[in-house]
Design a protein around this ligand. Structure first.
Ligand code: NAD
Ligand code: TYD
Length: 371
């Protein structure tokens, strides 16, 4: 890790983008893909909360086009300095509190980071943008990464979420993301900041923190623990392999219409119970249990999440027809790769399952009633 501010050679490397939250699940996949596919240098600004882990980026940390800065997107003096000294042509904003269950236990951090700190980031970016030359100002982009959860919940036969769907967030997490989307929209409308917003469905793949459904189930299965399915397991999510999301973001950044929103999703709706069963089957094949039984024997239905959204589904027609994006993975190919990755990367798993993570698991699951 180098100090960006005293690193004159790096600061001369143009063009440059700033990625916020680049040590998290999607951000780290994005940084890796960006460095492989694009020419720009990358500054990764991340606070390193429990969800941020530099072990997810060890393979790129010596790349001369990459630098890490530890900091908060709400730290305005830091942002002012970083923007002026690195002069990015774009910001891709992943930084957020992202876990619904945590937002139900304790919403304060979600309000702080997802709303207040995003506001601070927008203010500093607006000031920086105003100082650019006309050509630089024209080319600049602020891409805000958001979620399909801002649209609320669908019934079984409702059409998938299009960009025109009304906002009906139901959890403190989705409400805080909805607020940030509105702020981003307002900074375009009012101040002409050249923004783009993406609203993506549930991601999965390598470097996913094991508090979320898919990595939690893989790791619990391997550890011989119960597989806690909320409610009846019939809630539906629309799963997208993380690198397909990263490709979509790069496309929107390159070709998206300023001020526009793009929904991102791979048309892979699955019930939670189906997802858990697929994971069990793959593990039965790739790492059979010593007693010859299926991992599915570890499934246990537990008390439901309060306010649990029934179904999410994304209509990605705009992204597909306007920008030509297509997902490279379907759920079957993506989930196989994911299970294989977790089996092959136990050292990463050990490194993220720190004391804080163990405390969370205790709070969330230890006293959860069996349904
Ligand atoms: P994550 O929780 O894995 O990572 C978030 C990252 O942001 C972490 O590295 C954390 O340290 C950092 N961070 C948190 N607060 C910060 C702050 N105040 N300043 C700087 N850095 C901070 O999240 P993720 O799953 O990678 O999601 C990234 C973004 O994509 C989020 O905005 C999320 O809402 C959105 N999103 C996620 C999904 C999904 O399925 N995971 C789907 C759609 C959209
Ligand atoms: P999650 O990965 O937390 O993503 P989100 O809430 O953003 O969709 O959860 C995905 C689905 O899996 C959701 O319907 C809740 C369910 N779930 C369980 O059934 N058990 C679990 O232990 C977890 C973490 C999630």
């Amino acid at each position: 890790m180098w100090d960006v501010f005293s690193d004159a050679a790096f600061k001369r490397r143009m063009p440059m983008i700033i990625v916020t939250g680049g040590a998290g699940f999607i951000g780290s996949n994005f940084v890796r893909e960006w460095l492989a596919a694009e020419q720009d240098s990358v500054v990764n600004l991340d606070k390193l909360t429990y969800a941020g882990n530099l072990r997810s980026l060890v393979d790129v940390e010596k790349n001369p086009r990459y630098r890490f800065v530890q900091g908060d997107i709400g730290d305005r003096p830091l942002l002012a300095k970083l923007l002026r000294e690195t002069r990015p042509r774009a910001i891709v904003n992943f930084a957020a509190e992202s876990h619904v269950d945590r937002s139900i236990h304790s919403a304060g951090e979600f309000i702080q980071t997802n709303i207040v700190s995003t506001f601070n980031l927008l203010e500093e970016v607006r000031a920086y943008h105003a100082e650019l030359s006309p050509a630089e100002r024209e080319a600049f982009r602020f891409l805000h990464v958001s979620t399909d959860e801002v649209y609320g919940s669908l019934g079984p036969n409702d059409p998938a979420f299009a960009e025109s769907h009304k906002y009906e967030p139901n959890s403190p997490y989705s409400a805080s993301k909805a607020a940030s989307d509105h702020l981003v929209r307002a900074y375009h409308h009012t101040y002409h900041l050249p923004v783009l917003t993406t609203n993506c469905s549930n991601n999965y793949g390598p470097y996913h923190f094991p508090e979320k459904l898919i990595p939690l189930m893989i790791l619990n299965a391997l550890a011989g623990k119960r597989l806690p399915v909320y409610g009846d397991g019939q809630n539906v999510r629309d799963w997208l392999y993380v690198t397909d999301h990263c490709t979509a973001i790069r496309m929107v950044l390159a070709k998206g219409r300023v001020g526009e929103t793009y929904n991102v999703g791979g048309r892979n709706e699955r019930t939670n119970l189906d997802v858990v069963n697929v994971i069990c089957k793959l593990l039965d094949e790739l790492k059979p249990r010593a007693d010859g039984k299926s991992y599915a024997a570890q499934i246990e239905f537990v008390a439901d999440r309060p306010g649990h959204d029934q179904r999410y589904a994304i209509d990605a027609t705009r992204l597909e027809t306007e920008l030509g994006w297509q997902a490279a993975e379907n759920f079957d190919t993506g989930i196989r790769k994911t299970v294989q990755w977790y089996l092959a990367n136990q050292d990463w798993v050990q490194s993220v399952t720190s004391g804080e993570y163990r405390n969370w698991v205790q709070t969330q699951y230890e006293n959860r009633a069996v349904a």
